[in-house]
Write a protein that binds this ligand. Sequence first.
Ligand SMILES: NC(=O)c1ccc[n+]([C@@H]2O[C@H](COP(=O)([O-])OP(=O)(O)OC[C@H]3O[C@@H](n4cnc5c(N)ncnc54)[C@H](O)[C@@H]3O)[C@@H](O)[C@H]2O)c1
Length: 333
Amino acid sequence: MLNCVLIGAGYIAANHAEALIANESTKVVGVVCRNPEHAEALVEKFGEGCKYYPTLEAACAENKVDYVDICTPTPTHEEYTVKAARLGCHVLCEKPVTFSMESLENMIDACRYAGVKFMVAHVVRFMGEPAKIKDMVQSGALGDVHFFYEKRLCQHPAWSTWHRNPAVSGGGLYDLNIHDIDFLYSVFGMPKTIYATGWKSPSGCWNHVATTLTWDNARAVCETSLEMTGNFPFSVEQRCTGDKGTVVYSLSAGANINDSGVQVAFAFYPEGAETPEVVTSEDLGGFNGEINAFVDAVENDKAVPIAADEVKDVLRIILATKKSLEENVLVTL
Ligand SMILES: NC(=O)c1ccc[n+]([C@@H]2O[C@H](COP(=O)([O-])OP(=O)(O)OC[C@H]3O[C@@H](n4cnc5c(N)ncnc54)[C@H](O)[C@@H]3O)[C@@H](O)[C@H]2O)c1
């Protein structure tokens, strides 16, 4: 059994909590949060043997902590990762990992030096439908890929105010677009070129971004919005067209992905066939998938499924997208 400390007790921590409880190799022994009131409900949920701690040091003084799960706002990720590594804890950290390459290098170096594992929770890779589409591309089931379209649109988060501050959230570019960019990277690798256009909110956040990405043998358009207006539903689409047909996955929920009324369609339109095929995929849930994979790597001393170099590449793409947005240029990577 591995002892875990959950750091942060807000929106995403509540989602991780369910997956941590479901993981049979994990016991959550502590919740560290700047706000004890936030932590209370989670401590109760984790049950006997779990306590609130104001600091990670305090949690580690009372427990042997095998790993931490960092679910605090992005500017705190570096500090907690370095601290956890020095305390000998393996690190699972929410996305976006951090804002600069220098900060990311510090995190990776601290973990490498301490000999602990480090994984960033790029959750889309662990969701059933995207994983199935990735498999269809990489196995050749779609033939040569002509085009990939990726969309993720949501209303502005209502549960916090820090997302409005670009220095804290990085805006939709870092906070949401990174999901799609990481997924496209996991399918096609490092793109050759990036060109992005978008809308910057009055508080200075790139909150609606459309990016064109090219690889030697593929091209994609990726549209992400963290600030849809009106009562626009949370919507995701992944559509990939190749010689052998087109696969499309779409999801439409309420104002927030956790709201009821989720509608999902997943179909394959084979070339030459008159009717589409319904596609199915196995899905434990993205958060369960990522936490189970990380715990498996720690428990069995295996490499984590998302290597530090991949995290660096994804941050490089986001930084290139920012350059394209700010300078209106095509960026070659
Ligand atoms: N994977 C996803 O789909 C997803 C979704 C939402 C948020 N996130 C990411 O998760 C992170 C947290 O976002 P959120 O929406 O849960 O935020 P939130 O505001 O809902 O919760 C943040 C929590 O961290 C605590 N906190 C803040 N500063 C702290 C500090 N210095 N030390 C200890 N506790 C501190 C707050 O009290 C709060 O409990 C962000 O990096 C965000 O981008 C990921």
